[in-house]
Design a protein around this ligand. Structure first.
Ligand code: FES
Length: 326
C-alpha cells in the first residue's frame, strides 16, 4: 500500500528514446507543485509486478530537456528495459499516459559540489540520467566542466544529441562499437589539478575510474559515483524467509527483495540506500538450503564467503528456505 509519505503521480507523457529506453514524465496527481530537488537526485517508484506486494525501483531525475527545466510541474525519468528483469519490463509494458503510481519524494546521495574548480562528468549507458541533470546545472551556472559519455553504440545512448549540443566542445562521446572501451586513465590524466569527477554507470566503469584516479594520485574524495542497482539476472527464484524471533514465515517473490517482503509483512528492518552500499540492512543467516547470491558492495569477500550474513536489500537465496536472525 502506498503510504502517506508517498506522492501520487500520473504519467503525462511517454517517449521512446532508444530501442530499450523510454522516458516518462510524471505529474502530481493533485496538480500541485512537486517537491523541489537538485541535480543528482532520484525518486523511488513503487511497482507491484508480481501482484504479491510492492517493490521499489530507483530512477534519477533528469530535470528537463536540453534547455528547458521541468521545474516543479513534472518529474522526468528514463527506464531501460532489461530483458530478463521483470521490474523494468513491467514498467515498459504497463505504464502509459494516464497511468497512476506512487513515488517517494526526491533524495540526493550524488550531489554536485558547487565549490569544484572543475567538474568532470562521466556517464556510462543509462547512467546518463543523473549526469544529464548535472550537465544542465553546470551549463546554466557557467561552471567549468568536462563531459564524457560512453555506451555500446550511439543508437543505444539516450540523450546523446542533447548532451553533445549542451556540452558543445566539452563533450566527449565515446561509442564502444567504434573505439573500444573509454580510456578513463587518459581522460583523468588530461584534467587540471583539483578536478572532481562524477561518474554514474555500471560497476565496471565506476571501478575503472576509481582505479585510474588512485593510480594518478587523486584524493579519493575527488571521485564521486552512483552505481545503478544491479539489474536482476533473471534466474531469481521465490523462497521463504523464516524470522527466528517470531517464527514468522514470509514469502519472497522472484522479483521482490527480501527487504520489501519484510516490509510488506509489517516488519521494520533497518535500511537506507537499497543498493547494497550503506551497510544498514545486513541480517544474520542461521540456515540456508541453497547458495546465497550476494549482490552488495558493502560486505567484504570474507564476510560473503562465511555465509553468515547478507544485505537483504539486494542479495537473495538460490533455494527455498532462509532462516534469519531477526
Ligand atoms: S539498505 Fe544499504 S546496504 Fe542494504
Amino acid at each position: 500500500m502506498p503510504k502517506k509519505e508517498h506522492i501520487a503521480v500520473v504519467v503525462s507523457a511517454v517517449t521512446q528514446l532508444t530501442p530499450r529506453i523510454r522516458e516518462y514524465l510524471l505529474a502530481a496527481g493533485d496538480g500541485r507543485p512537486l517537491p523541489a530537488y537538485e541535480a543528482g537526485s532520484h525518486i523511488e517508484v513503487l511497482i507491484n509486478p508480481e501482484g504479491i506486494g510492492e517493490t521499489v525501483r530507483h530512477y534519477s531525475l533528469i530535470g528537463g530537456t536540453e534547455t528547458i527545466d521541468d521545474g516543479r510541474s513534472a518529474y522526468r525519468i528514463a527506464v531501460q528495459r532489461e530483458d530478463r528483469a521483470r521490474g523494468s519490463a513491467h514498467i515498459h509494458h504497463t505504464l502509459e499516459v494516464g497511468s497512476q503510481l506512487a513515488i517517494s519524494a526526491p533524495k540526493n546521495e550524488f550531489r554536485l559540489d558547487h565549490r569544484d574548480s572543475k567538474s568532470l562528468l562521466i556517464a556510462g549507458g543509462i547512467g546518463i540520467t543523473p549526469i544529464f541533470a548535472m550537465l544542465r546545472s553546470l551549463v546554466q551556472r557557467r561552471r567549468p566542466f568536462g563531459m564524457a559519455y560512453t555506451g555500446r553504440s550511439r543508437g543505444e545512448m539516450a540523450y546523446v544529441d542533447a548532451v553533445q549540443r549542451l556540452a558543445g566542445p566539452h563533450a566527449h562521446i565515446h561509442c564502444n562499437d567504434e573505439g573500444g572501451l573509454l580510456d578513463v586513465k587518459a581522460l583523468l590524466a588530461a584534467q587540471p589539478a583539483h578536478t572532481s569527477a562524477y561518474v554514474c554507470g555500471p560497476a565496471a566503469l565506476i571501478d575503472a575510474v576509481r582505479h585510474a584516479a588512485a593510480e594518478l594520485g587523486w584524493d579519493t574524495q575527488r571521485v564521486r559515483s552512483e552505481l545503478f542497482t544491479p539489474p536482476p539476472t533473471g534466474d531469481e527464484v521465490a523462497f521463504d524467509v523464516v524470522l527466528k524471533q517470531s517464527g514468522q514465515t514470509i514469502r519472497v517473490g522472484a522479483n521482490t527483495s527480501i527487504l520489501d517482503a519484510l516490509k510488506n509483512a509489517g516488519q521494520h528492518p533497518l535500511f537506507d540506500c537499497r543498493r547494497g552500499e550503506c551497510g544498514l540492512c545486513p541480517l544474520g543467516i542461521l540456515e540456508a538450503d541453497g547458495p546465497i547470491t550476494h549482490r552488495d558492495r558493502y560486505l567484504s569477500d570474507a564476510e560473503k564467503a562465511s555465509g553468515k550474513t547478507l544485505c537483504v536489500c539486494v542479495s537473495r537465496l538460490q533455494g527455498s528456505r532462509l532462516v534469519l536472525d531477526a
